[in-house]
Every structure is written in structure tokens, then in C-alpha cells.
Design a protein around this ligand. Structure first.
Ligand code: ADP
Ligand code: MG
Length: 238
């Protein structure tokens, strides 16, 4: 189970406020997609949820527990970055094992989880390779696999397809959708691509300038956009 509540979340970097009070409820097993133009605060919000940056104001509650001061490794949340962020000196196996060991899992359990994940993502032939010996699509699958091995309740994916070419993009997109069906965790997925948002999301959150413009199903946003920003962004006919 993973239910998230964001209550009045603000983020400041020095004197500049970049998130101006985000209120949002995310249900268990929901696939939520954050969309919005570059610089509107999507990555910042994910980093707050992951615990990689401190929240300036407001409250983040996960399954009834306040998370503001909980360490990232204890949140049950894993993040996949746009730039993969694989460790270049470690092979694929070690990349996948590293975070799981940090969680305190023993060697045999880590090994079991990697075998399972590698099979699911077709990574078995790649386990001994270094990141530089992989294609972009393979690196992204390793980055996803590394997060999966931790068996998080919540999966954060920050523009995971943006470095892939068009063909790979639809392949990995299908893989992510399948993953969500199979593992059933709560997914929060960031993109600036409307097509990704419309095809993947149960719920879309449209952001602009550090605020939420509208929350709704793809259909709701398309048929009844709250304002011209949403209409234009979603590509609605109105
Ligand atoms: P998005 O992911 O939607 O493109 P970001 O969350 O990366 O947007 O950025 C939102 C705003 O916060 C931008 O104006 C960006 O310049 C600013 N910002 C992000 N990270 C930092 C940081 N570490 N220090 C200062 N400003 C930052
Ligand atoms: Mg970003």
C-alpha cells in the first residue's frame, strides 16, 4: 500500500521560491503523471518526495506517516533519473546490488532479487557489462532494474525516456506500463511529453510555474481543461 499526501509543499533555493504550495493526494497503485514545461518544478518535487532535498514548508505524508525528516533509504521510495545516474566503474550487477545492500538486505536476498529483475527486464546477458558498454535503452532498463531491486512502494521516474530515440522510447514506455501492471506499485512519472502522459496516466497533474494548474484523468483534462494553459498543453481542441 502506498498513499501519498502532499500538503502545502513549498521549496525555496536561497531566496527563490520554486514550489509555491503543492496540495495533492495520490492513491495506492495509481499511475500519476506530472506534466509541465521545463523549469516548472517537476524534478524538484520528485526530489522532495524521494528525500534527496529538504522540504522548505508543508508536509509529505506516506501511508499515514510524516516523511519530511525520514532518510531517503527508509522511505520505501526509489527514483529513476533522466540521466540514468549509473555508477560508471561498476558492472550492471553491482549497479543493481548497491542500493539494495544499502537497505541492509543480505547477499542471498540481493542475488535472488537481481535474478528476478534481470529476467523481467531481459538484462541477464548484460549483468557483467559496464555502463559504457550499453546502449541508451539498455542503460535505462538497468536504471529501472536498479530501482526495482529495492522493491519500493513508490516508484519515481523523472523523464525516463527523454534520452532515447523514438523507437526505443515506445519500447521502454510499454515496458514501464507492463511493470506497473505486474508489480502494482504506485508510480509517479514526470514528462514534458503529452503523448506519454495521455497513454500512461491514470491521473495527470499539470504543473506550471511551481503550481498545480489541474489534476484529472487524461479524458477529463482533454474534455474539460480548467484554463487555456491546460488546454494548450494537453492539445485539447478548445
Ligand atoms: P523541471 O523539472 O520541471 O524542468 P526543476 O524542478 O528542475 O524543473 O526546476 C524548477 C526551478 O527550480 C527552476 O527554475 C530551476 O532553475 C530551479 N532549481 C532547481 N534546482 C535548483 C537548485 N539546486 N538550486 C537553485 N535553483 C534550482
Ligand atoms: Mg526536470
Amino acid at each position: 500500500m502506498a498513499q501519498l499526501s502532499l500538503r502545502g509543499i513549498k521549496k525555496r533555493f536561497r531566496d527563490t521560491e520554486v514550489l509555491h504550495g503543492i496540495d495533492l493526494e495520490i492513491g495506492d497503485r495509481e499511475f500519476v503523471v506530472f506534466v509541465g514545461p521545463s523549469g516548472c518544478g517537476k524534478s524538484t518535487l520528485l526530489r522532495l518526495i524521494a528525500g534527496l532535498d529538504p522540504i522548505s514548508d508543508g508536509e509529505f505524508v506516506l501511508n499515514g506517516h510524516r516523511m519530511n525528516d525520514v532518510a531517503p533509504s527508509r522511505r520505501g521510495i526509489a527514483m529513476v533519473f533522466q540521466s540514468y545516474a549509473l555508477y560508471p566503474h561498476m558492472d550492471v550487477y553491482e549497479n543493481m546490488a548497491f542500493g539494495a545492500r544499502l537497505m541492509g538486505l543480505d547477499k542471498a536476498e540481493v542475488e535472488r532479487r537481481i535474478a528476478e529483475t534481470a529476467q523481467m527486464l531481459r538484462l541477464e546477458p548484460l549483468l557483467k557489462r559496464k555502463p559504457r558498454e550499453l546502449s541508451g535503452g539498455q542503460r535505462q532498463r538497468v536504471a529501472i532494474g536498479r530501482a526495482l531491486v529495492r522493491k519500493p512502494d513508490v516508484f519515481l521516474l523523472d523523464e525516463p525516456l527523454s534520452n532515447l530515440d523514438a523507437a526505443l522510447r515506445s519500447e521502454v514506455r510499454l515496458e514501464i506500463a507492463k511493470l506497473h501492471r505486474e508489480i502494482g506499485g504506485t508510480m509517479i512519472y514526470v514528462t514534458h511529453d503529452q503523448v506519454e502522459a495521455m497513454t500512461l496516466a491514470d491521473k495527470i497533474v499539470v504543473m506550471n510555474n511551481g503550481r498545480i494548474e489541474q489534476v484529472g484523468s487524461p479524458r477529463e483534462l482533454y474534455e474539460t481543461p480548467a484554463n487555456t494553459f491546460v488546454a494548450t498543453f494537453i492539445g485539447s481542441p478548445r
